[in-house]
Design a binder for this molecule. Structure first.
Ligand code: SAH
Ligand code: SF4
Length: 345
């Protein structure tokens, strides 16, 4: 099996090259090329031919080739369908804000978690991405748009904490000064709530933002839409969030997709307020994106307002998130689903 060279930390790359019989300083040169986004070993001008041959025969560079690109007419949001080295597809969305460009990357091809409102959850699981494949999405999008991407959210296809080791590797590599140098404070990792992995993540003490997809204030409601809740019920999840905050000092954010008639009643808002009561957190309310076959509709505007009012009265800070790219299937999982269903892929 060939080595996935862009998933290596620098000391590992150095070992790989010196074990191949080449001097240590060559590793630095190769590392420089890789960090400048080289797509092949053949373009590495100052690398001798025998080293290039060695690299070609024993390793590969992960790519994310643009298969499809959609640009929103409303807000410049760009959505990519990328093709990976083995022909699998993942989705990536780039949003432009006043403070810069933010990218939503995928961490798996599909997802095992099966949330009923989610397009990715509905299309099954194929495999996890390597660190370099998560990185390649950022490099490809940045290159295509000719911009520096400054913020990352791990909110595309897949469950990041179900691909723990590769995601940790990605986080360390992407925040490295020699590389893309996107600091942890500019990274948000979103999870459906795999409790033991939240504790594992806390041990790293990263300055990233942990975002927890809560979507319901009690077990009965949550288990209806999120099967993971049967394994790690709300009490355990909230305890893990408290412990995460105590360990890292980082405020948790909670995602709450508002679904008409499912989780948007006044009672839900009151339960959510007491659940999050004295936890240092922020709630993002997102009117659910309708996914074909789910039967869910977004909450009415008056419900959204009433819900947030109750939270605010109970001192829970919350905002209703703007929907970007609504004309381009910008909710992850939708583009791939439409594309592969149309092409039979
Ligand atoms: N697996 C992770 C990260 C990817 S999903 C997680 O679940 O957190 C990113 C976010 O999009 C999650 O908060 C998820 O619940 C939300 N989401 C998925 N489908 C959605 C939909 N149809 N409408 C609104 N939000 C959705
Ligand atoms: Fe997976 Fe997240 Fe979608 Fe749930 S919401 S199916 S965890 S990608």
């Amino acid at each position: 099996m060939k080595t996935d060279i862009k998933s290596l930390y620098y000391p590992e790359l150095e070992k790989f090259i010196t074990d191949g019989g080449f001097p240590r300083f060559r590793a630095k040169q190769v590392y420089g090329w890789l960090n400048r986004g080289a797509l092949s070993f053949d373009e590495m001008g100052n690398i001798p031919k025998n080293l290039r041959e060695f690299l070609n025969s024993s390793s590969y560079i992960s790519v994310a080739n643009i298969e499809k690109k959609l640009v929103s007419r409303y807000d410049k949001t760009v959505k990519y369908l990328f093709r990976l080295n083995d022909g699998e597809f993942v989705e990536t969305v780039v949003m432009s804000y006043k403070h810069g460009y933010s990218i939503c990357v995928s961490t798996q091809v599909g997802c095992k978690m099966g949330c009923t409102f989610c397009a990715t959850g509905k299309s099954g699981f194929s495999r996890s991405l390597t660190a370099s494949e998560i990185l390649a999405q950022i490099e490809s999008a940045g290159r295509d748009l000719g911009v520096r991407i400054s913020n990352i959210v791990l909110m595309g296809m897949g469950e990041p904490l179900d691909n723990f080791d590769n995601v940790i590797r990605f986080l360390k590599i992407v925040s490295c000064e020699d590389g893309l140098n996107i600091g942890m404070r500019h990274i948000t990792l979103s999870t459906c709530g795999i409790v033991p992995r939240i504790y594992d993540l806390a041990e790293y003490n990263f300055a990233l933002t942990l975002s927890v997809s809560l979507h319901a204030p009690d077990n009965e409601t949550r288990s209806k839409t999120m099967p993971i809740n049967n394994k790690y019920p709300i009490e355990q999840l909230i305890k893990a969030c408290r412990d995460y905050f105590d360990k890292t000092g980082r405020r948790i954010s909670f995602e709450y997709a508002m679904i008409d008639g499912v989780n948007d009643t006044d009672e839900c808002a009151r339960k959510l307020s007491s659940l999050l009561g004295n936890l240092n957190c922020h709630v993002n309310l997102i009117p659910v994106n309708t996914v074909r076959g789910s039967g869910y509709k977004k909450s009415r505007l008056d419900r959204q307002r009433a819900f947030i009012d109750i939270l605010e009265k109970n001192s829970v800070t919350a905002t209703v998130r703007r929907t970007l790219g609504s004309d381009i299937d910008a909710s992850c999982g939708q583009l791939k689903r439409n594309y592969t269903e149309k092409t039979g892929g």
